[in-house]
Design a protein around this ligand. Structure first.
Ligand code: SF4
Length: 452
């Protein structure tokens, strides 16, 4: 289904759609307030953007540095060209360990590679340990937001779900009570897992270490209890030096949730005695995006979610309406690079207001890229109806006489025609909008009367 069709579904529950909009605006507002407490905020954004430009320009050599240094530290490095190879590597490690159950902390990359269903096919139980992720996993749903995976659900719905899955008290919606129940349930899973999987927020080329940021400490808990840690990292997550981290950690939490810092920023450098750390460096379309001059800087994204929280379309249409792993404005410029036809409606799911670019901590020109994708998609797949109407409009606007005659005809027609003919099924614009009242006279007529 296309974005407009999915959005129509989401908007059927008007009360919930309003609540979703307000909740995300609250997060956006928190981000605004905390960013204003940092006088050098704009310099930080600029610096982050320049560091990432440097990374993209020298990605190959930074990745080689990272691999060399990580191996020196005793980390086993794997490379995966796509999601399938990534999943195969994970499976091979698990089979070697004879592992039947794993704990996983939040990783958009493993969602992108569809790791969970892949492992489940081989009889391996995957437990997502981030609270929001566990909630959507219980519901067999993907996350609807990259930072707030269950933001589309209200307290009451979670209470009902936990009553069914974890046997909590019926009707108890107290967040502390529900979180405690999830904690008890997850603790048992943590204790039984031999292997833990995490994502990676930043890989440091200079030292071969990597950093994982969570608010719940679930990545640390999983990793410290397990014998084997598998970290899955998109190749664009590299930073040149450890000191660059200061720039990104300050921007990430503030942009994501309006917090001064993420609760746990854990550095992994080498395995403890008797344990193993594997890191899988995944391409999955990233080098193809890097080769697209107009779109390559979308790879600077640090997945903070700020562009989603501010986007008037995301807030009012929900994450599932995008049908892609990464929704919202950034998803709408990444996904067409993976499959232009499948995601052809996403770049049009924007008002092009530019708010996404304004809040982006690494200064990605998101709205400009959305506009570029529209042109690419229209060139490739065409849009017969729109092309024809644009040609017609161009003819009218190029001729004063045609403009005058058509204006006068339209004004009379709009007054005379019944609504059923004006708002016919082919008029998609009119599905959720009303035309303004037809003016009595044209601007020219008014001007001649009043100003000449
Ligand atoms: S594009 Fe920018 S604002 Fe959006 S998630 Fe990425 S870093 Fe955050």
């Amino acid at each position: 289904m296309s974005h407009p069709e999915n959005a129509t579904e989401f908007l059927k529950d008007q009360a919930k759609a309003k609540w979703h909009d307000e909740t995300l605006w609250f997060v956006r507002d928190k981000r605004d307030r905390i960013s204003k407490t940092i006088p050098e905020w704009e310099q930080l954004r600029e610096l982050a953007s320049q560091i990432k430009d440097n990374v993209l320009a020298n990605l190959g050599s930074y990745l080689e540095d990272f691999e060399r240094n990580a191996q020196k530290n005793g980390i086993i490095v794997h490379w995966a060209e796509d999601g399938e190879e990534h999943n195969r590597i994970v499976l091979e490690i698990l089979q070697k360990q004879n592992c039947k159950a794993i704990v996983k902390s939040k990783s958009i990359l493993t969602e992108e590679c569809h790791l969970n269903p892949y492992l489940e096919k081989y009889g391996i139980e995957v437990v997502d340990t981030d609270l929001g992720e566990r909630i959507v996993q219980f519901l067999n749903q993907p996350p609807s937001h990259i930072v707030l995976p269950a933001i589309h659900l209200k307290k009451g719905e979670i209470s009902e779900l936990f009553h069914e899955k974890l046997h909590t008290e019926k009707g108890n919606e107290d967040p502390t009570y529900l979180t405690q129940a999830a904690r008890i349930h997850l603790r048992e899973k943590f204790l039984g897992a031999k292997v833990a999987i995490t994502g990676v927020n930043f890989g440091i080329a200079e030292t071969g270490e990597f950093v994982v940021c969570t608010n719940e400490g679930n990545a640390d808990m999983g990793v410290h209890l397990a014998d084997v840690h598998i970290a899955c990292m998109g190749i664009e997550k590299i930073l040149p030096r450890r000191k660059d981290l200061g720039v990104f950690l300050r921007l990430l939490a503030r942009s994501a949730t309006g917090q001064p810092v993420t609760n746990y920023n854990s550095h992994f450098r080498s395995p403890s005695p008797g344990k193993e750390i594997h890191i899988i460096l995944v391409d999955n379309g990233r080098t193809a995006q890097l080769a697209r001059e107009k779109f390559k800087n979308s790879l600077k994204c640090i997945r903070c979610g700020a562009c989603m929280n501010t986007c008037p379309i995301y807030r009012r249409s929900g994450g599932f309406s995008y049908g892609s792993t990464v929704p919202g404005p950034i998803g709408s410029i990444l996904s067409p690079g993976l499959d232009m036809k499948k995601y052809s409606t996403l770049p049009f799911a924007s008002t092009l207001c530019g708010s996404c670019s304004d809040v982006c901590p690494v200064k990605i020109n998101i709205h400009e890229q959305l506009y570029e994708w529209r042109q690419e998609i229209t060139k490739t797949h065409g849009e017969f109806g729109k092309g024809l109407s644009m040609k017609l409009a161009s003819g009218i606007f190029n001729s004063p006489l045609a403009y005058k005659i058509s204006g006068s005809l339209m004004r009379s027609a709009l007054k005379a025609l019944p609504d059923s003919l004006i708002y016919h099924p082919l008029n998609t614009w009119g599905k959720s909008r009303n035309l303004p009242e037809t003016p009595k006279e044209t601007f020219q007529q008014w001007y001649q009367k009043n100003r000449s």
